[in-house]
Design a binder for this molecule. Sequence first.
Ligand code: IMP
Length: 167
Amino acid sequence: MEVLVTEEQIARRVNELGDDITRFYEGKPLTVVILMNGALLFGADLVRAIRQPLRWDTFICSSYHNDRSSGELAIRCDLKNPVKERHVLIVDDILDTGLTLKAVKENMEQRGALSVRTCVLLNKNIDGKLFMSPDWTGFDISDRYVVGYGLDSNEEFRNLPYIAARE
Ligand code: IMP
């Protein structure tokens, strides 16, 4: 496997994102919604780089089956707490078509959040032509299947501390 983003590069970028996000939400009621399972590690590191009070919650849904986008949002494990009257930052591992994130964003907006923004570690939709573009991006990457730091291939490789292309 070819390493595309090293552990050190991830750590540095997560801190930069944390600084930007801290400045953006300073003094506002913030809930960070971590999309499981892929964004578990990124979300855990990112919340510690955001230097202001916040709540976090996790959300398990799927809109992506057998490595292909289906566009349907099926909620498998909902948020524990309401996000009404709170600013929501959705954190995901990777944006490919943007179908998943667009569907989750609409879902959070319907719950009465004050605002809904998105942060992804990796963005494959560099030209922004598909369903949506994230508000914050860790790294733009070319259209290759990647694993590691939470991202899987058939549930394997999530524990790699770096991002690698599968072949
Ligand atoms: P989208 O709805 O097309 O943006 O798909 C996003 C979801 O597809 C991500 O949250 C991942 O779960 C999965 N995905 C897309 N590309 C990759 C990849 O290269 N490696 C691992 N999972 C991926």
